[in-house]
Write a protein that binds this ligand. Structure first.
Ligand code: ARG
Length: 468
């Protein structure tokens, strides 16, 4: 098989070099986007007179046939042809002869590959947005199902203050919303057309980049040809955005692995999302959650690889850049797979309400709101903090709760308190005392639930899919 660039060479390529430099094993999954971009390029060539209308039509149709051939698994891939771009061009030449040899007019693989990757990333962003939406909907469903459940909230993994389960789930809805916004923002920079930059300097042929831009639905045309083929900023951003999602998933997985332990006993994980032990008959292990946590490390590694890859690369295209796709696809596939499992796992997990309720008064979840009660009674904050701290110490010694201390103890802090405090201490009182915006106050949480239902379910399910 002769190389597309073979003219300048008299000797054969060393087979070890072919093995070392090939990317077809990885970039073959860009075939659809490569065909789409080439079809747009062919139509543009006809528009400016570099091809006849009939020639462009033949090329467009042959490319469609090649895509179908790949989809049927009938394309023979060979490392001798390096990458997906060469494979498709070669197949076109086999079908159309000399006409096929005209397609690469006015373009280079350098602008071609960034165009393909951008088209691929754009689709991936749209698909991830849907997956994140579905995860948010699952979290919202869990928030609504467990509406009146009160959970201990933690800082430093120590019991801190009570929170509504709905507030807990909506915390993750917020995180995934930011992830969606980050992706939408990244999409703006993805959606700038590289094609037409050619190798690095542009071309002396009368191409019409605007014509290609419109066909492929890009927002604008990249302004500097020299910038185009070295630009992988959009990949760094995209994989960073994936990393943030992976880390959000991983933190949550860790939390639920703990909550599913006998020690916590908060959760009953669905059988369908757990596996057993080959030796211990009683085990039900949270492997899916563990792998969501474990696979996040791969995504972090992928980002690291890309950051190091572009470090110190001079303008313009350098072959190093070929290594970007393994990291891109791995980060994407890992996050997509985790998202796909996270949503149903959340839908099917049940809280052990009795276990949670039986221990809810442990750990002084009411101490901080009780301190705030004392502030409302006129004590300076630091005095109130110290007084409650001493009461908690007393409780620890007596193995009791603030609510179990006798009125005299409270009278000693301030006369008259003895009769009032019991309306403040205890988890239920503490929870209902919250009132700040964004807090776990029940009215506030209800307001947030309504807003999210409106945003995620009513609004997004009725909105028209965006047209390019
Ligand atoms: N397979 C290459 C890559 O992924 C395509 C661009 C190759 N360009 C070149 N001048 N060798 O980066």
């Amino acid at each position: 098989m002769s190389k597309t660039w073979g003219g300048r060479f008299s000797g054969e390529t060393d087979s070890r070099v072919e093995q070392f430099t090939e990317s077809i094993e990885i970039d073959r999954r860009l075939y659809r986007h490569d065909v789409t971009a080439s079809q747009a390029h062919a139509r543009m060539l006809a528009h400016v007179g570099l091809l006849s209308a009939d020639e462009a039509l033949q090329i467009v149709q042959a490319l469609e046939g090649i895509a179908a051939q790949i989809e049927r698994g009938e394309m023979v891939f060979s490392i001798k042809l390096e990458d997906i771009h060469t494979h498709i061009e070669r197949a076109l030449i086999e079908r159309l002869g000399d006409l096929g040899r005209k397609l690469h007019t006015g373009r280079s693989r350098n602008d071609q590959v960034v165009t393909d990757v951008k088209l691929w990333v754009r689709d991936a962003i749209d698909e991830l947005d849907q997956r994140l939406h579905d995860l948010q909907a699952a979290l919202l469903g869990a928030a609504e199902r467990n509406h009146d459940l009160v959970l201990p909230g933690y800082t430093h993994m120590q019991r801190a203050q009570p929170v509504l389960a709905a507030h807990y789930f909506l915390a993750y809805v917020e995180k995934y919303q930011r992830d969606r916004e980050r992706l939408a923002d990244c999409r703006k920079r993805v959606n700038v057309l590289p094609l037409g930059a050619a190798a690095l300097a542009g071309t002396s042929l009368p191409i019409d980049r605007e014509h290609v831009r419109k066909q492929l639905g890009f927002d604008s045309v990249a302004a500097n040809s020299l910038d185009v083929s070295s630009d992988r900023d959009f990949l760094l951003e995209f994989v960073f955005d994936l990393t943030t999602i992976a880390l959000h998933l991983s933190g949550w997985a860790e939390e639920w692995i703990l909550w599913a332990t006998t020690e916590f006993g908060f959760l009953n994980l669905p059988d369908a999302f757990c596996t057993g032990s080959s030796i211990m008959p009683h085990k039900k292990n949270p492997d899916v959650l563990e792998l969501i946590r474990g696979k996040s490390a791969r995504v972090v590694g992928d980002l690291q690889q890309l950051l190091v890859l572009v470090k110190g690369l001079p303008l313009a295209y350098n072959r190093d850049l070929q290594e970007d796709k393994r990291a891109l696809f791995d980060a994407h596939d890992t996050v997509a797979a985790s998202l796909e499992l996270a949503a149903p796992l959340i839908e099917q997990t049940e809280f052990r309400r009795e276990t949670i309720a039986a221990r809810l008064e442990d750990g002084h979840l009411d101490a901080t709101t009780f301190m705030e009660f004392l502030i409302k009674q006129g004590l300076p904050m630091r005095s109130a903090h110290e007084a409650v701290g001493k009461l908690v110490r007393l409780c620890e010694g007596r193995r009791c709760r603030l609510a179990d201390l006798p009125p005299e103890t409270y009278e000693a802090i301030r006369p008259g308190l003895g009769s009032e405090v019991y309306k403040s201490v205890g988890v239920a009182n503490a929870l209902h005392a919250f009132q700040s915006v964004g807090s776990t106050a029940p009215v506030e949480v209800d307001r947030q639930l309504r807003l999210w239902r409106e945003k995620l379910i009513h609004h997004e399910s009725t909105k028209e899919p965006e047209k390019e």
